[in-house]
Structures are given as C-alpha cells and as structure tokens.
Design a protein around this ligand. Structure first.
Ligand SMILES: Nc1ncnc2c1ncn2[C@@H]1O[C@H](COP(=O)(O)OP(=O)(O)OP(=O)(O)O)[C@@H](O)[C@H]1O
Ligand SMILES: O[C@H]1[C@H](O)[C@@H](O)[C@H](O)[C@@H](O)[C@H]1O
Length: 354
C-alpha cells in the first residue's frame, strides 16, 4: 500500500452510535449496539492497511447519558460525544416472519428516540485523507456534510444519511435526494452508496453523472455506476441471521479496499465480503482472528500488484482489474470463517433474527 504524501491515511467517520431493538411478532428478540458508526468502525479497525493502524480514523458520533455500550469495542476505541440532555438514538426493527427476498425490505424500522444532530463545529479542525458520512437518523446535517467535503480529500456517503425522513410515530420513509439540500453537494462526493430499496430515491441515472453510485443488492452483491461505465460484483455466500449493518459494513469494507489501493470494482469485493460477514452475526460482529489474518495476507499480496493509488479524491480507477476473479476466489477461502463466532445473548435472542 502506498502512503499518502506527507502523512497517514487518517479517516473521519461521521454518524452516531445507537441502540437497536430487534422485534419479531411484537416480541423483543435482541437488543444490540447499532448505528452505522459502530459497524463502520468495526470493519475499518479490522481491515485497514497497516499504514493506517492503529485505528487511524476519528469517529464523530453523539449519544446520550443513557448510552448502554460505552465499553463495547468500537465505542471504547472511538468514543462518542456525550449530549447531556438528549437521549441516545434508538431504533426498533420489526422483522416479519415471511422470508425476505433479496430486494424487499427485510424489516420495518422505527426511530423511537433521536439524539442531537452533528454540527459542523463538532468536526475536528484538520485535514483527512477520507471521510465517511454514515448517519442513520438525519444527524448528518447538509452543512456538516459540506464541511466534511472541505476537510477530506475523498468523501464516501451512505444514502441513508441523506434521504431518511421520519413519520410522527418514527417510521422511516425515504424522500427523493434531488429534493434535499444534499443534492447540490453530490458533484463533490466521491462515492454514494444506496441499497436497492433506496436506489429509486437516489435517482441512479442522474447521480452517476455527478459521482460514482454503488447499489447494494443483498445476497446478489452490488453494482457500480459511474459516468461512462458500470460493473457488477458478485456476493459471498452467507447464512443470514441478522441483516442489520450489512450496508454499513459494506461501505467500510469498500473504503478499506480503496485504502489498500484496489480499483473501485475490486474494492467492492471487500465491501461484499464484510457485508456478508455482517449478516452472519447478530449486531456488530466480532470477526474470527483467523479470517482477518487470511484477508490481510490476501490483500498484502494483491496490494503489491496494484498500480492504482490510495484514496486521494482525484484519481480513482473504477473498472475491475485483471486480478478481480482471483481476489474473489481467494476471499472465498477467508469467508469460510465468517460464521465461526456469533455474539448472541441467549437470554434475548433465538440466534436467528430473520
Ligand atoms: N444474505 C446475504 N448473503 C451474502 N451477502 C449479503 C447478504 N445480505 C447482504 N449481503 C452483502 O451486504 C451488502 C449490503 O447488503 P444490503 O444490500 O442488504 O444493504 P442494506 O439494505 O443497506 O443493509 P442494512 O440496511 O441491513 O444495513 C450486499 O451488497 C452484499 O454484499
Ligand atoms: O444499527 C442500524 C444500522 O446502522 C443500519 O444501517 C441502520 O439502517 C439502522 O437505522 C440502525 O439502527
């Protein structure tokens, strides 16, 4: 992995930790740490290149005094800002008994509590190699995203941070990106990730002329759309026990792939890999050390062959490289360790949420 001129590949992750309550048939089947910041930190901690270690990124996240997971690995390593008066953001995810299809919504989300937004002044006043805007509850304000864009050489955005709206009872719905104040910022964003459910609200054909759009398609992997081309990237087999955090883990795996010097289409393999790892666990996964060791040695070998530079906000290679298929095959070996460790509280969960 080539180093950035004049310094480390420091990242900036903006979006809050939250409390997730998983329900099925009105019954609580799990209570976990959630929020994109938790899933993203977990993958960046696990998969970033050595030059970016130890955990060379800052998380700007807000929680209330009721935050229940301060000692969990991600918040302990990347502590949130404490809001004295506001509660921690909390979501109820209602799973249906019907098996979710690859593209249908697998759960109904309701925001039951919301912490304060993240303001531009909450961000550190220094430059970063890359930024991830990963709000879940409208906490990344347009002016905050704009400041991220000024501070970071390349910004990757999860569409869920931009297009979520909340009904009176907290039910999550989506609004058209074009009608939000975020739309004008798209030409200054490097990558915009949306799930297949969110993609119609993003307007892929318009958005791809402004930045590279990645649409994740659950167990079918993902597609990348840029101005002048597109690609499809195959998924990894996984036994899905809880889909929560798949998209967050995808985006962090993708960012880690770029940090390793992979092209966008190759980096999406690493995104798919960590998306599959996320669905194999309930809540934020603890990855099997052997899996991470295998992934790291694969990436170290592949990075030697990469001619594409690190995230620099100016040059990205989008197309698949000639080692794409080989990388997929090698990562499949590591994927065998995916469901080796399951963080399930037997008192609260039946071990299989969906
Ligand atoms: N059942 C699955 N098997 C294998 N890989 C999966 C599966 N579900 C998700 N993934 C991986 O995770 C990525 C993101 O999943 P998905 O498209 O469901 O995102 P999402 O809807 O944003 O997820 P969430 O909102 O649950 O975090 C997919 O592109 C895929 O690579
Ligand atoms: O923990 C989850 C996760 O971060 C999901 O990506 C998000 O959609 C949910 O709102 C959140 O509760």
């Amino acid at each position: 992995m080539k180093g950035a001129p004049g310094g480390a590949l420091e990242g900036l992750v903006v979006g809050s930790y939250c409390h997730d309550v998983l329900l099925r048939g009105g019954r609580v089947v799990g209570e976990t740490l959630g929020g994109a910041a938790a899933f993203v930190s977990n993958v960046l901690d696990a998969a970033s290149p050595r030059e970016a270690e130890p955990a060379n990124f800052v998380v700007v996240s807000k929680v209330g005094a009721d935050f229940a997971y301060a000692s969990a690995p991600a918040p302990a390593r990347h502590p949130p800002l404490l809001c004295a008066a506001a509660p921690t953001t909390s979501f109820h995810a209602q799973f249906s008994d019907a098996a979710a299809s690859a593209h249908a919504p697998d759960r109904e989300l309701r925001r039951v509590r919301a912490c304060d937004p993240i303001y531009p002044a909450d961000l550190p006043d220094r430059r970063f190699a890359y930024g991830l805007a990963v709000g879940v509850a409208g906490e990344v304000l347009p002016e905050t995203l704009e400041r991220m864009i000024r501070l970071c050489r390349a910004v990757l955005v999860d569409a869920q941070a931009l297009i979520r709206a909340f009904d009176g009872d907290g039910a999550v719905r989506h609004v058209a990106l074009e009608e939000t104040p975020y739309a004008r910022l798209l030409p200054r964003v490097a990558f915009l990730k949306a799930s297949s459910e969110e993609a119609p609200y993003v307007g892929v054909e318009t958005a791809r002329r402004r930045c590279c759009v990645i649409v994740t398609e659950g167990r079918d992997g993902c597609r990348l759309y840029w101005d002048g081309g597109e690609s499809r990237v195959a998924a990894f087999p996984a036994v899905q026990v809880d889909p929560t955090g798949a998209g967050d883990s995808f985006l962090a795996g993708f960012a880690a792939g770029l940090l390793w010097g992979l092209s966008a289409t190759d980096a999406a393999l690493l995104g798919n890999f960590f998306g599959a790892a996320a669905v194999s666990h309930v809540g934020v996964p603890t990855f099997h050390p052997k899996m991470l060791q295998v992934v790291r040695s694969i990436l170290e070998e592949k990075a030697m062959k990469c001619s594409t530079p690190y995230i620099n906000g100016i040059t990205f290679t989008f197309e698949r490289s000639n080692m794409h298929d080989e990388l997929h095959t090698s990562l499949q070996e590591a994927a065998m360790f995916m469901s080796e460790k399951q963080d399930i509280d037997p008192a609260k969960s039946n071990g299989d949420i969906c």
